[in-house]
Design a protein around this ligand. Structure first.
Ligand code: ADP
Ligand code: MG
Length: 379
């Protein structure tokens, strides 16, 4: 089938989580059907899609059948094997392309790419042995963060090394090897930018947002980030440059640290919709999910503008989701539930957006007041 995909074409989405769910909802509004590939029965995305292939990510026969039943393939889950990616890409257009997924799957490839694109990161070094770790500590210094290169998320697969004595234990605990050592960034804040880019090279970036984490899981996103607009624009320009260097077709998030000297350091890239973009569903004419689907389907990309400022609060684990009845009864809290039936500790179960007039994002007290029943301990 040719691009742009016409209504009723089928978009294959690899992964069945909430990012797939919200992408499928955006796709439905544009008249597309979604076919979800997931190993999880009753996955959040399957609940809102017309078809699901229920199979493991390494089930090559299932991947082939899936590819042959869709018009284009995209991802909400990045960790498909290289072989699986090839099987998909031989059969249908994969957007973003397999090369981009391979870079984002591996922290060493990712940091190498970012630096080559002229984007600053924390100092880093690959670590395959204790001797290499000692050498890396000697150059990078302490504290430093040792991470697995693959399959990390929500801070899993990382250890902070504060003193030389902690190095050996951290090395032993983290698997599989190789690892990567990164200098610890004593950041003033964390922020991110979401970029969409079409096959014609046209791109657009949402405003830079600030992300605050709790227990290594995203807790709050403030849109726009409440700091110097010049810094916000610089982060946007860096994210757009990264998208161009990758020849991205699709949507991508770039996570950054702002250090104490006001310098921007890239942390990681995610070639898919991102938790820090969930505010765009309610605060923008076209959300990150709509831009994702538009880029994948070859439709024109509207500008990634917002009509409102916003705060997004994640609902994580049983204690947050227990507030659901009060949340849906609250004026001004815009609720999003992911349809997950098991409310495990640390699991992202939904989020809430609150909107403010453009340019009127309040300070801490105003945000706490707007979050109402969710404000305990915030921001
Ligand atoms: N080099 C670093 N210096 C300081 N904090 C870090 C560093 N790397 C990671 N972190 C903290 O841990 C969080 C998760 O790390 P990240 O590299 O984004 O992995 P993932 O999101 O894949 O779990 C970051 O958002 C940040 O809060
Ligand atoms: Mg991260």
């Amino acid at each position: 089938m040719n691009f742009p995909l016409p209504p009723n074409a089928t978009i294959g989405i690899v992964g069945g989580g909430q990012l797939g769910r919200m992408s499928a909802m955006a796709a439905a509004r544009l008249g597309y059907r979604c076919h979800i590939f997931t190993p999880e029965p009753d996955a959040p995305a399957s609940q809102v899609a017309s078809l699901t292939t229920l199979a493991d990510y390494d089930d090559n026969a299932a991947l082939i059948r899936f590819a042959e039943s869709v018009d284009v393939i995209t991802f909400e889950f990045e960790n498909v094997s290289a072989e699986g990616l090839d099987l998909l890409a031989e059969r249908r257009p994969v957007r973003p392309g397999p090369d981009i997924l391979r870079i984002s799957q591996d922290r060493i490839a990712e940091k190498t790419f970012l630096n080559a694109a002229g984007v600053r990161t924390a100092p880093w070094a690959p670590v395959e042995s204790i001797a290499q770790l000692q050498a890396a500590i000697a150059t990078i210094g302490l504290p430093a963060v040792l991470k697995t290169t693959r399959l990390g998320y929500d801070g899993k697969g990382q250890a902070l090394i504060r003193t030389a004595g902690e190095a050996e234990m951290a090395f032993a605990l983290l698997n599989p090897k190789p690892l990567i050592l990164e200098g610890f960034v004593d950041f003033a804040c964390e922020c991110s930018v979401i970029v969409a880019r079409g096959a014609d090279g046209a791109s657009t970036a949402f405003d830079t947002v600030e992300n605050r984490h709790r227990d290594h899981i995203l807790d709050l996103t403030l849109a726009p980030a409440p700091f110097d607009p010049d810094l916000r624009h610089e982060a946007q320009a860096m994210a757009l440059r990264v998208a161009d260097h990758l020849a991205l077709v699709g949507l991508m998030a770039v996570e950054f640290f702002i250090d104490r000297d006001g310098r921007i350091l890239a942390n990681e890239i995610a070639p898919r919709p991102h938790n820090s973009g969930h505010w765009t569903i309610d605060a923008c004419p076209a959300s990150q999910f709509e831009l994702h689907i538009r880029a994948v389907a070859g439709l024109a990309l509207p500008q990634a503008v917002r009509h409102s400022d916003a705060v997004m609060k994640n609902l994580v684990g049983p204690s947050d989701i227990a507030l659901w009845p009060q949340i849906v009864a609250s004026q001004g809290l815009i609720p999003h539930h992911y349809g997950k039936t098991a409310a495990r500790e640390g699991r992202k179960l939904g989020h809430v957006n609150t909107l403010f007039p453009h340019g009127a994002l309040p300070g801490a007290f105003g945000i706490a007041a707007a979050l109402g029943v969710l404000a305990a301990g915030e921001p």
